[in-house]
Design a protein around this ligand. Structure first.
Ligand SMILES: C[S@@+](CC[C@H](N)C(=O)[O-])C[C@H]1O[C@@H](n2cnc3c(N)ncnc32)[C@H](O)[C@@H]1O
Length: 319
């Protein structure tokens, strides 16, 4: 019984691994595929061998467990398989012993040229797409993944509040990323939709509550979000004070709301109490609520967005 890396191995398994290595073309293939996943045509180009030869060796190496393959469109792509300890040991030895072969040097140079051509395809695409990229990205992939990706940056152990959660879209995304989400809204109609869509999330609690009198205890949240809510307040001060109160020291409040606009028809139609905020006005409101280092930024209007421009502010409960 053979022993490789302390594991008992059947001799026929070992012989089959060794059989895979017992050919210079197969060794050249393994050197390439250990480094880079490649298709048959690419391998032929790098090795300068006909397809029938390359395919025959690929088949043998795949059968012996050296290679894994997947299909992309009409191509079959090969790469080195996840090897067990014994095969890894054999491959390390074979790689060391063959690394200085002149043929491998040429293969490496041709592989580099091939990879440069591949990268060139991406560079050519971006050279043509740079001016249009953001519009193209939105059309191809939407915008939702950005929010999802940013939520993924939040610490898993956090508790957060979505104040004025509406139909709960943000709260649900947050619930997938943090320990606990408190979603608060006074509108029974909005909460009904939110409950129907997201009521099965175990770590998402909906609170029917007025934001100026939150039922949540002092310092219970690591972060709180107030998205498109402040323009509905005759007096935003009590809402901001309550948001500050539920933050732990060092916790952050993030506000997204409207910049001042002159579209009175819009304001009336949306039932808003105010026509937005100037950045300095919002910063002063945050500071008056006891929040430190308020930073407010106007956002550039998104192409296709029909409402007034927005601003985003963040401030911190002092430690
Ligand atoms: C425009 S919606 C925004 C919903 C959600 N934040 C979003 O970005 O999709 C505003 C929400 O805030 C809620 N709201 C406004 N003022 C509130 C207050 N003082 N107390 C509780 N909820 C409030 C409304 O009921 C509504 O659901």
């Amino acid at each position: 019984m053979e022993r490789l890396n302390g594991e008992a191995r059947r001799p026929d398994r070992l012989l089959s691994w060794m059989g895979g290595l017992a050919d210079p073309t197969r060794l050249r293939l393994l050197h390439l595929l250990d480094r880079q996943e490649l298709g048959v045509a690419e391998l032929c180009a790098v090795l300068k061998l006909p397809q029938s030869t390359v395919s025959r060796h690929l088949k043998l190496l795949s059968g012996d467990g050296w290679l894994a393959a997947r299909t992309r469109a009409t191509s079959r792509l090969y790469r080195m398989a996840e090897l067990d300890a014994g095969a890894r040991k054999l491959w390390r030895l074979a790689r060391e012993q063959t690394g200085a072969w002149a043929a491998l040097e040429q293969d490496r140079a041709r592989l580099e040229r091939l990879l440069a051509t591949r990268r060139g395809a991406a560079e050519r695409f971006f050279a043509g797409a740079a001016a249009e990229w953001e519009r193209m990205r939105a059309a191809l992939y939407g915008q939702g993944f950005v929010v999802e990706a940013l939520c993924a940056a939040l610490p898993r152990a956090w508790t957060v509040a979505d104040l004025g959660c509406g139909t709960g879209d943000l709260a649900a995304r947050l619930a997938g990323r943090v320990r606990q989400v408190h979603a608060v809204d006074r509108s029974a109609a909005m909460l009904k939709v939110a409950q129907r869509r997201w009521g099965d999330r175990k770590n998402l609690t909906f609170w029917p509550s007025e934001l100026s009198r939150l039922v949540l205890p002092d310092g219970c949240c690591d972060a709180a979000f107030l998205f498109l809510v402040l323009a509905y307040q005759e007096d935003p001060a009590p809402v901001l004070r309550e948001a500050a109160r539920i933050l732990r020291p060092g916790g952050r409040l993030v506000v997204a709301d409207l910049t001042v606009h002159a579209d009175e028809e819009f304001r009336r139609r949306m039932g808003q109490a105010r026509d937005g905020f100037r950045p300095d006005e919002l910063a002063a409101l945050l500071a008056a609520a006891g929040l430190a280092a308020p930073a407010v930024a106007r956002l550039a209007p998104e192409p296709g967005a029909r409402g007034p421009a927005l601003l985003v502010a963040a401030a911190e409960r002092p430690a």
